[in-house]
Design a binder for this molecule. Structure first.
Ligand SMILES: Cc1cc2nc3c(=O)[nH]c(=O)nc-3n(C[C@H](O)[C@H](O)[C@H](O)COP(=O)(O)O)c2cc1C
Length: 579
């Protein structure tokens, strides 16, 4: 496709099916600064006319073509007999042509989605002739041209409506499957050469709304079109299944990105939306999945979910009457209450003279402690090419900051976890227990040193009545001792008496930890350390497996204080990872 800067704008007309023509309003040079026109190959604005007993005009172009287009259109239809004007979406640019058409064809009924009808009525007056088809509605033009409608809302075009004609099997896809390329070829016979342009178009317009694109693809899958008639570029006749597959795959690619940015905005006249589009392009080119949220068309619970799950978020708003629109205010409230303060934020918006909305969003986010990933973007009215390049660059900058933060989080995570674990261990270590020696019955009452004994400190009173306590025992020790019904003695050690050493140092051959201690036998046959502060004769009533320990609950059958004034030895620890 070669760029022919010198060719004047024109309207190319061709028959594309039974009773159906296309009117392609062609611009050979770059029409606008919007990011999707960045490849500078001009574009076409495709409109379609179906005429049988009744007639329907689909998607008239924007105001830069109003005159030229209408001059051509009247060569093909007597406007006072036009029955319907079907609108795949509405924008302020298209309204100029629609107003003229309303004047020239006052009998014509506008067909659009419900959100489209609201915009239309606001612009053309509440008495405008408009029909909003229900899901299963059919518009019968005669000769079997029974038009069906598919609602395909997206954040960028919440009023998206596709039209299907079962006679020609043409699906009028509006913003789906288009390309910004101007040329003489009406169809896509050279589709291989369109690959890059199609991908660029998708990346600019649909990557940030790929979830909704997939929904639209699912709806389309129920039809059997043989041609896609998009709003821009060549009609898709030779590569329909290929392009369908590409759209699926490109949408899937978005899903697979591991970092997501929620792009929240509202835009009454499209300027902030254009900025959002450029930011999204910068982000997605840098490998970020963008979830566009048109605050005016998204329920709060959905906003909340997307924001909570995203790694970062951007908020864009126009200033209207000195404020941000209510829907942005609601979204901001949801962000402030649901987005973690560690998430990276960004602010942008178009304004006319004072721009309070952007300032307010910025200061509220900063006051709440969010870091901003780029310097707030403020654009006066319609963004210029320079503005949009700045938006795209800001998207890239944001993506890089986000990836850097994520990378350092990933690298540091184990360290953070270690530190956290350390703190947890230290905290657990602050739980103190009295240092005790637990002894079990000796098989030889003549030699109490042969009894099993273990130093314990995870001891706690567990009940008043009966007096009961719990002791946590290491798994290997608990396996063969302290079974339910077994008895033991808990020797409560005295502060200053270093008995612990006996249990911690290597033993001489034939010795036990009790060998060097003075012992007597309790009535249950267990050794009592006579230098202890007190001892308790206990019987095990229940056991509970607790990770690498067993928790033994025992009822105290008898207790004896061996020294009135001594202090209980406490096991002070630095960490909960050791006794
Ligand atoms: C009804 C109305 C009220 C506006 N009020 C303000 C305002 O208070 N301060 C300001 O800076 N711009 C104001 N503007 C200008 C808009 O902010 C400006 O047109 C902006 O580009 C709109 O962005 P949008 O296309 O994303 O909706 C106002 C515009 C309209 C139509």
């Amino acid at each position: 496709m070669t760029l022919t800067q010198t060719r004047p704008r024109d309207v190319q007309v061709t028959e594309i099916g039974t009773n159906t023509i296309v009117l392609r309003s062609r611009t050979w040079e770059r029409l606008k600064f919007e990011i999707e026109y960045g490849r500078q190959q001009g574009t076409t604005s495709n409109s379609y006319l179906i005429q049988t007993e009744q007639s329907a005009l689909i998607d008239p172009p924007g105001e830069s073509f109003t005159e030229l287009y209408l001059a051509e259109l009247v060569q093909h239809i007597y406007l006072q007999k036009l029955n319907y004007i079907v609108l795949g979406h509405l924008n302020s640019n298209r309204l100029t042509t629609l107003k003229t058409l309303q004047h020239l064809a006052p009998q014509a009924i506008f067909v659009c989605s419900k959100p489209g009808a609201i915009t239309l009525k606001a612009a053309l007056g509440t008495d405008v002739n408009v029909w909003v088809p229900r899901n299963d509605a059919v518009l019968d033009l005669g000769q079997d041209h029974q038009l069906q409608f598919i609602f395909a809302p997206t954040p960028r075009w919440p009023d998206g409506l596709l039209t299907y004609d079962p006679v020609t099997r043409i699906l009028y896809t509006d913003k789906f499957f288009g390309t910004h390329v101007c040329g003489d070829a009406v169809y896509d016979e050279a589709w291989k050469k369109l690959d890059q342009d199609r991908r660029y178009y998708f990346d600019c317009l649909h990557a940030a709304q790929s979830r909704q694109v997939e929904t639209a693809l699912d709806k389309i899958a129920t039809l059997t079109p043989k041609m896609y008639a998009p709003a821009h570029g060549p009609l898709v006749r030779f590569s329909l299944s290929r392009l369908n597959h590409d759209y699926r795959q490109w949408s899937q690619e978005q899903k697979e990105q591991d970092t997501t940015v929620a792009l929240l905005y509202a835009s009454a006249y499209g300027n902030t939306a254009i900025m959002a589009q450029a930011l999204a392009k910068g982000l997605s080119d840098a490998g970020i999945k963008v979830e566009s949220i048109n605050c005016e068309a998204t329920p709060p619970n959905e906003i909340q979910t997307i924001v909570s799950e995203a790694d970062g978020f951007l908020i864009g708003s126009p200033t209207l009457g000195g404020h941000m629109p209510t829907q942005v205010q609601t979204a901001l409230g949801l962000v402030l209450s649901h987005a973690a303060k560690t998430k990276l934020a960004g602010v942008f918006g178009s304004y006319g003279w004072s721009g309070e909305a952007v300032d307010e969003i910025e200061s509220k986010l900063q006051d709440a402690g969010y870091a901003l990933g780029f310097e707030t973007l403020r654009v006066k009215f319609t963004p210029t090419e320079q503005d949009l390049l700045a938006c795209e660059a800001a998207g890239t900058e944001f993506a890089q900051a986000l990836k850097k933060a994520r990378k350092s989080r990933t690298v540091r995570q184990p360290v953070l976890l270690d530190v956290q674990a350390d703190r947890t261990e230290q905290a657990v270590g602050r739980v103190v227990g009295s240092l005790c020696v637990l002894t079990t019955p000796s098989s030889d009452l003549e030699d109490l040193t042969q009894a099993e004994s273990v130093l314990v400190s995870w001891v706690s009173q567990a009940s008043f009545n009966p007096p009961g306590l719990t002791v946590a025992l290491r798994r290997d020790w608990a396996e063969n001792t302290c079974q339910i019904g077994d008895v033991f003695v808990l020797n409560i050690l005295k502060e200053g008496l270093n008995i612990r050493r006996s249990f911690q140092q290597p033993l001489k051959p034939g010795a036990t930890p009790l060998t060097e201690l003075r012992l007597t036998a309790a009535s249950n046959g267990c050794p009592v350390i006579t230098d202890a502060l007190a001892y308790l004769e206990c019987q095990v009533e229940s056991r509970l497996e607790c990770g690498d320990h067993w928790l033994v609950y025992a009822v105290v059958q008898a207790g004896h204080l061996l020294e009135d004034n001594g202090l209980t030895a406490i096991q002070h620890r630095k960490s909960g990872q050791q006794y």
